[in-house]
Design a protein around this ligand. Structure first.
Ligand code: NAP
Ligand code: MG
Length: 492
């Protein structure tokens, strides 16, 4: 095979991809499969078995058996931690292959997939260290001669449902803490991007994760996804995706009183004061919206600029956007890859049209990038956006930036918080007092000061308002996968 055909082919285990249930690769009960597309070429990459309700039931039973049965439950925390560390090591050994598959399937530039895989490895390493540190407490109760303590126990079977923007990385944010806590998992990847979730299952099998501890069931959200959420054998749902589907999931999960954590959309403000280092702020604004093609829940999709610096900053951002290379995600130098699907590209282009219609002014990009049949959109910057315009309110989930103006600190805070979302925000200023004051006033789960898009497995991530509830990463995520038991002991 030539270099080019090798790049474009998927590993044998994915040709075709199958379901991973109870430690085995199996076909769907219905025999159905679906096509997986390479969005950079608008070509079929491979086929994957499509899980239906029956397959999900089988996966949940496998996870339940693995949870209740001896091996996983009785494995010492140390041994469980070593296994998670081994999994991280094996991911490291296979990182180039996994990054290549992520880029093939999602369309993001190869260097970005490399970062995703590195983050995934770090996440498993981080939670490998937690297995021996999940503790209960002794409680000083006031009832005489009684001793009270808590046990922190794994919640049970976890249903993890993830989107297509960071297919492997967002799966690891759920799978790693769940496994560290002693839970077992049924993972439902997005229809567009099931491949790296299947590679994760392959790696888990290679390092000897007991059968049933991690199951992967690609399939449609409305069938397989909903079956996971409705299944009485699932104790907890961890979801990342749209607010709309999050609402649906919370409703369906309520019928069986499952615990739910939701990481939903955003319309994150990137606030630039005139006293900021403007070139850094411009770079931050570009990275904030154009990293990951803007298909990032925490994308800095609203750029709020103090009026006295507005013209200068928007000039720098527009110029920078024009210079970003759009194209083949495997080519060195590409900064903007392909939009994940035709449907998503059309949705993004629709928002660009709407922006123009409602009176905003395009200062960079503004349409489809004409690069063969793939789904490419030019990095687009709008100026003269007002807060009631659709492109200032709705999550576009593509490379489209809306620029607004503010007059002073209070105005900046008010506009920044004028959204139903609250996932992330950033502040750019050289004034220390102002930076921390604004950070304290922003209704967002993450605030970056003079930077953007930083993540670490040790730092909690999640939303305020309709960006969801519960926190991923950090020690806090373990609360989502454990429950407390209060034990009373009569001492007399
Ligand atoms: P989505 O529909 O919310 O998909 C997220 C996951 O939920 C996918 O695995 C999906 O399966 C599944 N799902 C869909 N309906 C379900 C149901 N009724 N029960 C259980 N699971 C269900 O997101 P999308 O359609 O891929 O993208 C639409 C928009 O969501 C984007 O344009 C963006 O605004 C937002 N989004 C946000 C994030 C984020 O990180 N916060 C990520 C992706 C998308 P299918 O793949 O079969 O739909
Ligand atoms: Mg979808």
């Amino acid at each position: 095979m030539t270099e080019a055909t090798l790049t474009r082919s998927v590993p044998e285990i994915l040709a075709p991809g199958r379901l991973f249930i109870g430690g085995e690769w199996v076909d769907a009960a219905s025999g159905e499969t679906f096509e997986v597309i390479d969005p950079a070429r608008a070509e079929v990459l491979t086929e994957v078995a499509e899980a239906g309700v029956e397959d999900v039931d089988r996966a949940v039973r496998a996870a339940r058996d693995a949870f209740e049965g001896g091996e996983w439950r009785e494995m010492s925390p140390r041994a469980r931690g070593r296994l998670l560390w081994k999994l991280a090591e094996r991911l490291e050994e296979r990182k180039d292959e996994i990054a290549r598959v992520e880029t093939l399937n999602n369309g993001k530039p190869l260097f970005e997939s490399g970062i995703d895989v590195a983050m995934t490895i770090q996440t498993f390493e981080y939670y490998a260290g937690w297995t021996t540190k999940i503790e209960g407490e002794t409680i000083p109760v006031s009832v005489p001669f009684q001793f009270n303590y808590t046990l922190r126990e794994p919640i049970g079977v976890v249903g993890a449902i993830v989107p297509w923007n960071f297919p492997l990385n967002l799966a690891s944010w759920k799978v790693a803490p769940a496994l560290a806590a002693g839970c077992t998992v049924v993972l439902k990847p997005a229809t567009e991007t099931p491949l790296t979730a299947l590679l994760l299952a392959d790696v888990a099998a290679e390092v000897g994760l007991p059968p049933g501890v991690l199951n992967v069931v690609p399939g449609r959200g409305s069938t397989a996804g909903e079956a996971v959420v409705a299944h009485p054998g699932v104790d907890k749902i961890a979801f990342t995706g749209s607010t709309e589907v999050g609402q649906r999931i919370a409703t369906v999960a309520a019928r069986t009183v499952k615990r739910v954590s939701l990481e939903l959309g955003g319309k994150s403000p990137n606030i630039v004061f005139a006293d900021a280092e403007l070139p850094s702020a411009a770079k931050g604004a570009l990275a904030g919206i154009f990293y990951g093609k803007g298909e990032v829940c925490a994308a800095g999709s609203r750029l709020l600029v103090e009026s006295s610096a507005h013209e200068q900053l928007v000039g720098m951002v527009a110029e920078g956007a024009d210079r970003l290379k759009v194209g083949d995600p495997f080519e060195k130098g590409t900064r903007i890859g392909a939009i994940v699907s035709k449907r998503q590209m059309e949705s993004v282009l629709g928002y660009i049209e709407k922006g123009v219609e409602e009176g905003a002014r395009v200062v960079a990009g503004g349409g489809r990038a004409d690069i063969g049949p793939g789904y490419f959109v030019q990095p687009t910057v709008f100026d003269d956006v007002t807060s009631e315009m659709t492109i200032a309110r709705e999550e576009i989930f593509g490379p489209v930036l809306a620029t607004l103006t503010f007059e002073d600190v209070d105005d900046a805070i008010e506009q920044a918080n004028d959204t139903m979302y609250g996932l992330a925000a950033a502040v750019w200023t050289s004034d220390v007092k102002k930076a921390h004051y604004v950070a304290s006033r922003l209704k967002a789960g993450t605030v970056w000061i003079n930077t953007y898009n930083l993540y670490d497995p040790a730092s909690p991530f999640g939303g305020y308002k309709q960006s969801g509830y519960g926190r991923e990463l950090g020690g806090q995520a373990l609360d989502q996968y454990t429950q407390l038991k209060s034990v009373w002991v009569n001492l007399r």
